[in-house]
Design a protein around this ligand. Structure first.
Ligand SMILES: CC(C)(COP(=O)(O)OP(=O)(O)OC[C@H]1O[C@@H](n2cnc3c(N)ncnc32)[C@H](O)[C@@H]1OP(=O)(O)O)[C@@H](O)C(=O)NCCC(=O)NCCS
Length: 170
């Protein structure tokens, strides 16, 4: 398992015991769709190789959930990225993405895909910065139109596809 420190923040694979804190972190963002606590336990257990936790003094202060597309293993789909309010604008989300792309599980990855709502400027900036830093393209297409979300309270999700890229060697 790869573990790296960054100004006292440790970046690592999640463990099942992190599931509750991850659920709280996602809830506290107030922006991300809060999934069931079960789903976060499942991610920690079955998708840990492609998920990232940022830990500071025993607290989870950042999280990325992601998985390799089952039909296209050269693409990593980033599902959720969350950073605790106290830790934002310090480069932590960017560092977590870099940590993810360095993992052995991402050996064959040449594209990163994610969806972002039109109002989420911080997230747009995060992924545009990633594309810039990796010297590659960022293509934006319609992802999940708002009509497909029941209840009428969800924005559309635009699909961002970043790549092709080669991983940076650290
Ligand atoms: C989006 C989020 C994860 C960014 O985390 P972060 O650790 O603050 O981001 P970073 O410090 O690594 O910044 C990465 C890039 O995004 C930019 N950025 C981050 N927050 C920004 C903001 N509020 N407004 C504009 N740009 C922003 C940074 O300037 C940086 O770009 P640069 O390299 O060109 O300077 C964080 O704001 C968050 O958790 N938001 C709530 C949840 C969410 O919206 N998640 C994303 C959807 S899945």
């Amino acid at each position: 398992m790869s573990t790296k420190t960054l100004n006292k923040v440790i970046l690592r694979e999640p463990r099942m015991e992190d599931g509750g804190q991850i659920w709280s972190l996602v809830k506290d963002t107030g922006v991300l769709d809060l999934n069931s606590s079960y789903s976060y336990l499942m991610l920690c257990e079955f998708f840990k190789e492609t998920c990232v936790v940022a830990e500071q003094d025993g607290e989870v202060v950042g999280f990325i959930s992601a998985y390799l597309l089952p039909t296209n293993q050269d693409t990593i789909f980033v599902w959720q990225v969350g950073v605790a309010a106290s830790q934002r604008r310090k480069g932590l989300a960017g560092q977590m993405l870099e940590e993810l792309l360095q993992r052995k599980a991402c050996d064959k990855v040449r594209y990163l895909a994610t969806t972002i709502s039109p109002s989420n400027r911080p997230s747009q900036s995060l992924f545009q910065a990633l594309a810039r830093n990796m010297n590659t393209e960022c293509e934006v297409t319609e992802g999940f139109p708002k009509e497909l979300f029941p209840g009428g309270g969800h924005e559309s999700e635009m699909m961002y596809q970043i790549g092709p890229f080669k991983r940076k060697r650290i």
